[in-house]
Design a protein around this ligand. Structure first.
Ligand SMILES: [Zn+2]
Length: 210
C-alpha cells in the first residue's frame, strides 16, 4: 500500500474522476465501467489496477509526407493487462522509440476494458473462467480473428502477439483462427483486442458483475 501511495504522491489529477479516485471516493475499476465513466488520465488505471503489466507488441517505422519533406516516426503498439480480466491496447508515434512506447503505454491504459472469461468449451465444461465464454470475432485493417473457447490445459493456440494479449487479459486456453493480412502485426493486435472487447459488449453488466 505504501509504495502505491508514494507513486501517486505528486500526481495532480486534471479531471473530476481523477480527484474522486485520489480521494478514494471510487476504489474499484468495476465501478467506472458500471457507471460508464470515461477514463481520461492513465494514472487512474495504475491506481485502480496496481498489478497492471505492460508489454511492447510491435515497433515499426512510419513515413509521413509533410510540406517540409518526408518525416519518419516510430509507431509502437503496447498492451497492458492484469492477467485477470482487464486488458488495454494502445499505439503511440514519436521520433524516438522510447517516446513512442511511452505514448502507447498511456494510450493502452486509456483504452483498458473489462473482458468476460468463461468455459465455453464443449470438450471441457468445467465452468471456470479459463477460456472464452463463447466464440468472438474481431477485425481491424483487413485482418479478422476468431477466438474459440478451448479446454483446460490447451494453452493459447495463436501467434506470438495474440498470445501476449490474451495472456495479459487472463485467458489461459483458447483456439484462434485468423484471416487476411495477419502478418501486419498492428492490425492483427487490434483485431484481437476488438474480439476481446466483444466478450464484454455482448453481455449486460448484470452478467459479469458478481
Ligand atoms: Zn473448462
Amino acid at each position: 500500500m505504501s509504495s502505491r501511495n508514494d507513486k501517486f504522491e505528486s500526481w495532480v489529477p486534471r479531471t473530476r474522476l481523477g480527484k474522486m479516485i485520489l480521494e478514494r471516493k471510487i476504489s474499484s475499476i468495476e465501478e467506472l465501467f458500471m457507471e460508464g465513466l470515461k477514463i481520461r488520465e492513465s494514472e487512474i488505471v495504475d491506481l485502480l489496477l496496481p498489478d497492471l503489466q505492460e508489454e511492447v507488441i510491435n515497433i515499426g517505422l512510419v513515413q509521413k509526407q509533410t510540406d517540409a519533406g518526408e518525416k519518419s516516426q516510430f509507431r509502437a503498439i503496447v498492451v497492458v493487462g492484469n492477467r485477470d480480466g482487464y486488458v488495454g491496447l494502445g499505439s503511440g508515434k514519436a521520433r524516438q522509440v522510447r517516446s513512442a512506447i511511452e505514448k502507447a503505454a498511456v494510450d493502452a491504459r486509456l483504452h483498458i476494458t473489462p473482458i468476460r472469461r468463461g468455459c465455453g468449451s464443449w470438450e471441457c465444461g468445467c465452468g471456470k473462467p479459463h477460456s472464452m465464454p463463447f466464440q468472438v470475432r474481431g477485425e481491424c485493417g483487413g485482418v479478422e480473428i476468431v477466438l474459440i473457447p478451448g479446454p483446460r490445459g490447451l494453452g493459447i493456440v495463436a501467434s506470438e502477439a495474440a498470445k501476449v494479449i490474451l495472456g495479459l487479459a487472463g485467458v489461459k486456453d483458447c483456439w484462434t483462427k485468423s484471416y487476411g493480412s495477419t502478418r501486419t502485426v498492428p492490425s492483427f493486435a487490434f483485431a484481437v483486442f476488438d474480439a476481446l472487447k466483444k466478450t464484454y459488449l455482448l453481455v449486460t453488466p448484470k452478467d459479469w458483475v458478481s
